[in-house]
Write a protein that binds this ligand. Structure first.
Ligand code: FAD
Ligand code: SIN
Length: 524
């Protein structure tokens, strides 16, 4: 089947939905999403959205904090744009009946590591879910937007003059393949931390957008910069993801201790529990390794019970289900892969290196986060750059590609997947990434990791040749591509900086450079 539209969006998280919401006034928009409409990283965001909204704050101060956390690698222009345009957009978002938390009639602004001011706008501890629902309501109320759930996007459709003309998609319910052609394609496929064994991301985060953009010939950058969140609930998996204990809990005063009660963060950083995430995650990693611990404890004792229950009702309820009353007991926590700083390389208008292809949100790399993202800056980045992309896409005088110019797809053949085989290959991939591209890295180990991935890939190709397709097969194919891109990028960065720590190169180079990978067309 073939369909045409003006604007095509892949992904229904913050970035995709905001872009669709904006474009709805200007043409027909189709949003494709591979699971239920709300299933996304956005949906699980807890802490909130950072924006300089309090009278004692300003975009300049927010910008300074962002740049300080970014270890010399932030794109300063991108940071300026994000911190200046953010507050107005967050206010606009608030108009979508999201019900952000308030105190005495004003937005209740939280604080997290690396922020020097209270600026985290939140809806208790379910910010992402409220934002997601608000945006879905907004786009569903527009007659110009069609939101298709359970439509798995397989690959981008490109022309022989290197333009993106649409996508090939698979409807999981009817098992039909559809070519959807559009003037502009917005890639908003979110994160890729699903390649790691322990991750806070839901199972949709398989890096499909990065893998398909790479296959289509787009540049990707800084993929080695994976942010590990210091505090996920030890030993608990909810629907395939490690349950996050928000950094906002430390922002309210919670302390990290070893199980024997020793507070260890003051010996690692002057800001203790509020040090940058990379520092806290590595400190916990070090405590676990040197003291042979399974977990450390997050102690909420300094926070009044009333405040705990008002600010973190969902965390309190979830922990209770697993036997922990957080007003009385500390939470056992460990780090987990959380956020991909790198992604498909874009300019400040969301444009990628392929004409007609835009990217925003976690799958994109604007350079705003440098080498270490400041907490709650990613929803803001998704919002600001999706918004900028919506303005740029309008100006783009592109017509749908003429049919004869489009490179034909290799036919996809629907295959029967063997779930136990796929699960076993997926587990091997995740364990390899966790072990060889984790919180602390070494060149030797990363090289071993690449070898292991290559072997896994051979095994996978023997079972599932190029054209064999099912969403599960394609996701694993994408994860193998992304895992290798992470390791390749990590081996290229011959220094330690922010989130990337390599034992052989413990120092930070004077010159800050991005790791840019340019694909060889036709290779994966
Ligand atoms: P997502 O919200 O992940 O949306 C991606 C969409 O793409 C999904 O709808 C998915 O189904 C779809 N998709 C993917 N592949 C395909 C395909 N092949 N075909 C069709 N559809 C596809 N950031 C903050 O700023 N503040 C926070 O408090 C915060 N808390 C977080 C808590 C958790 C537990 C997690 C996991 C992340 C958190 N983050 C937070 C990070 C933030 O949530 C994400 O970076 C952000 O939501 C990404 O938005 P997005 O629109 O780019 O992608
Ligand atoms: C959290 O609530 O700790 C997550 C915030 C973020 O990742 O920005």
């Amino acid at each position: 089947m073939r369909l045409d539209t003006d604007f095509l969006v892949v992904g229904s998280g913050m970035a995709g939905l905001w872009f669709a919401y904006r474009m709805a006034k200007h043409g027909k928009v189709i949003v494709l999403t591979k699971k239920d409409d709300s299933e996304s990283n956005t949906n699980y965001a807890q802490g909130g959205i950072a924006a300089a909204l309090s009278p004692d704050d300003s975009p300049e101060i927010h910008s300074k904090d962002t740049v300080k956390a970014g270890y010399g690698l932030c794109n300063l222009e991108a940071v300026k744009v994000m911190t200046e345009e953010g507050p107005g957009l967050v206010k606009e978002l608030d108009n979508l009946d999201i019900n952000f938390s308030e105190t005495s009639g004003h937005l209740d602004l939280g604080i997290e590591g690396g922020h020097s001011k209270h600026r985290v706008v939140h809806a208790a501890d379910t910010t992402g879910q409220k934002v997601e629902w608000g945006l879905i309501r907004a786009v569903r109320s527009s007659r110009n937007v069609t939101l298709w759930e359970h439509h798995f996007v397989i690959d981008l459709l490109t022309s022989n003059d290197r333009r993106c003309c649409g996508v090939l998609s698979f409807d999981r319910e009817s098992s039909e393949f559809t070519e959807i052609h559009a003037k502009v394609v917005m890639l908003a496929t979110g994160g890729l931390c699903g390649v790691y064994e322990h991750t806070t991301n839901p199972p949709i985060a398989t890096g499909d957008g990065v893998a398909m953009a790479w296959r289509a010939g787009a540049e990707v950058s800084d993929l080695e910069l994976i942010q590990f969140h210091p505090t996920s609930f030890y030993g608990v998996k909810l629907d395939g993801r490690a349950f996050l204990i928000s950094e906002a809990v430390r922002g309210e005063g919670a302390l990290l201790r070893t199980p024997d009660g020793n507070r260890f963060m003051p010996s690692y950083h002057p800001d203790s529990e509020m040090a940058p995430r990379s520092v806290v995650a590595r400190a916990i990693y070090n405590e676990l390794r040197t003291r042979r611990l399974d977990y450390v404890l997050l102690d909420l004792e300094p926070i009044p019970d009333k405040r705990i229950l008002k600010r973190f009702p969902m965390i309190a309820e979830t922990c209770k289900k697993f036997g922990i009353d957080i007003t009385r007991e500390a939470i056992p926590v460990v780090p987990a892969a959380h956020y991909a700083v790198g992604g498909v390389r874009t300019n400040l208008l969301g444009q990628t290196s392929i004409k007609g292809l835009y990217a925003a949100g976690e799958c994109a790399h604007t350079g705003v986060h440098g080498a270490n993202r400041l907490a709650s800056n990613s929803l803001l980045e998704a919002l600001v750059f999706a918004d900028r992309a919506s303005k740029a896409a309008l100006k783009e005088k592109c017509e749908a590609c003429p049919k004869e110019k489009i490179n034909p797809f290799e036919r996809q053949l629907l295959s029967i997947e063997d779930p136990s085989l796929l699960n076993s290959l997926t587990s091997s991939l995740k364990q390899t990434m966790w072990r060889f591209a984790g919180i602390v890295r070494s060149v030797k180990e990363m090289e071993k990791g690449r070898d292991r991935l290559a072997k896994l890939r051979n095994e996978f190709e023997a079972l599932y040749p190029q054209q064999s397709f099912s969403p599960g097969i394609k996701e694993l194919r994408n994860m193998l591509v992304v895992g290798d891109l992470i390791l390749r990028s990590a081996l290229e960065r011959k220094e330690s900086r922010g989130l990337h720590f390599v034992e052989e190169y413990p120092d930070t180079s004077k010159e800050a450079t991005h790791t840019i990978l340019k694909p060889v067309i036709g290779a994966e």
